[in-house]
Design a protein around this ligand. Structure first.
Ligand code: AMP
Ligand code: MG
Length: 462
């Protein structure tokens, strides 16, 4: 039995639509995250495949689709909402932390517009792998509790594909777009209720909307700096995909770079490179400005409110810069603040020489970084300056994963899973959720793709 306590279901009229998941034909378990179930205090026997597929609604759940709006690639859409997900409810873990349990791909809702409410196995397994890697690296993120195959086909551009449902766990699924939904409707009462809910849930002690804004700005600055330090490209940083909790959410066309280049983009629909790796901090600021705009009506006299909100959003830049220097400093085992130019000269050399992002940093610990460069003499000059600082090897080991969910490996795992073989997925999952372990039998998973293997585009056709 799962002990639910569904605070969102107690929010006022208009926050959500009550809707049950739509049953599927032949549910079968693809993956279950036992350690996460334990961390949440969930009895593994309660996590039946019928429940995880949406065929059986557990006692105490109040399935609902959340309303939200959002800026998608800069264009405002006043109504989005959970079009293919339902929040089953919230559970309180043994340590008191509250988590949403959401089924994603669980069938149509009143917010589905023209969509089928479903997901196919590819993006479900991609999210499972990538979000759990992020968690293993200590990046704030939603988590993956389970993936089930539905036995039904879903139709996408590629044709008929096997359907799947992901059980997603999050501190909450409240987004910048949730605030925008009420702001655009002039629902000041609802904005106040949402603000109070979010403060109580995520930022207890924050004294009102301005303090909340400060906290969210700080949380996002830390999270985005962590993405950057892993070469992570979110791919769809729309305001509906930015969580108020600071957790990374919505792993649609996301990917990690192999070769380092700051303008790297993978998403097939991001034709302008709006969400390229190097643009992510500026986009975060843009999104946070939208959040701030929603809060202004709650902040008293308008002129003063605008000024205070603007100042709060501008704090992102110095906080992010400090977090970035701390993260990249740790990757080099040095004080990033004091040696910014050394970090920047390495990155520049990596870009010029098309070096593999993950392998360079991991290789600094064991002397193999040099092999990633074509102009080794240039690297040696840099390395002399770096070594003169006596880098902290333990800090480096923690900051630099040996293995990441490389695109080509994720795609291989998906292809095999579609063919009924979960072994490559399981092996990859094990290797990337132990990202620091040195294991000879995982050496292949630390390799960069060959030019033929390299994946250059990811698809949102989720
Ligand atoms: P995403 O790109 O996953 O962030 O989704 C953007 C919006 O489209 C959200 O409102 C989703 O619920 C909705 N959506 C995406 N895919 C589907 C689908 N297959 N069926 C219904 N709604 C969808
Ligand atoms: Mg989304």
């Amino acid at each position: 039995m799962i002990r639910f306590d569904n605070s969102y279901a107690r929010m006022p009229q208009g926050f959500f639509a009550r809707v049950d998941p739509t049953p599927v034909t032949a549910p079968s378990l693809l993956a279950l995250n036992g350690p996460l179930a334990d961390r949440l205090g969930l009895d593994r026997d309660a996590l039946t495949v019928e429940m995880l597929a949406g065929n059986a609604v557990p006692q105490g759940a109040t399935p609902l689709a959340q309303a939200y709006a959002g800026h998608q690639f800069g264009g405002f859409v006043p109504q989005l909402g959970d079009g293919r997900a339902v929040l089953l409810g919230e559970v309180v873990a043994p340590d008191g932390a509250r988590f949403d349990l959401q089924l994603k791909g669980s069938g149509p809702t009143p917010f589905s517009r023209r969509g089928d409410g479903r997901a196919w196995m590819g993006p479900v397994l991609r999210e499972y792998l990538v979000s759990e890697f992020m968690a293993a690296m200590g990046v704030p993120t939603t988590r993956a509790l389970a993936a089930v195959a539905t036995g039904d086909q879903v139709w996408r551009e590629q044709g008929g594909l096997p359907g799947a449902v992901l059980t997603r766990v999050a501190a909450s699924h409240i987004r910048v777009g949730t605030f925008q939904y009420f702001a655009v409707r002039d629902r000041k009462d609802a904005l106040a209720a949402l603000t109070a809910h979010v403060i109580a849930r995520h930022y207890p002690g924050a004294d009102g909307p301005l303090a909340l804004l400060d906290r969210v700005v700080a949380a996002q600055a830390e999270t985005i700096a962590q993405w950057m330090a892993l070469g992570f490209i979110h791919g769809v940083m729309n305001t509906d995909n930015m969580a108020i909790s600071g957790e990374t959410i919505d792993y649609g066309p996301c990917a990690f770079m192999d070769v380092y280049h700051p303008q790297t983009v993978f998403s097939s629909i991001d034709r302008q490179g709006r969400y390229a790796w190097a643009n992510q901090p500026q986009i975060a600021v843009w999104n946070l400005a939208q959040f701030a705009t929603c809060l202004i009506p709650l902040m008293g006299e308008e002129e003063a409110a605008v000024e205070a909100a603007t100042t709060a959003v501008h704090r992102f830049a110095p906080l992010y810069q400090a977090a970035w220097l701390r993260r990249f400093g740790a990757k080099l085992g040095i004080d990033g603040e004091a040696h910014q130019s050394l970090i920047e000269s390495l990155l520049q050399m990596m870009a010029e020489q098309k070096a593999d992002f993950t392998r360079v940093f991991a290789g600094l610990s064991d002397g193999t970084a040099r092999d990633e460069f074509t102009d080794r003499a240039a690297f040696d000059v840099w390395a002399r300056d770096w070594q003169a600082l006596s880098p902290d090897m333990a800090a480096m080991a923690r900051a630099n994963p040996r293995r990441i969910p490389r695109n080509h490996r994720v795609e291989q795992a998906i292809t095999s899973a579609v063919a009924g073989d979960m072994a490559p997925f399981e092996r990859l999952f094990d290797a990337i959720t132990h990202p620091h372990d040195m294991r000879a039998d995982w050496a292949d998973l630390a390799q960069a793709p060959t030019p033929a293997q390299a994946v250059r585009q990811t698809f949102c056709g989720t």
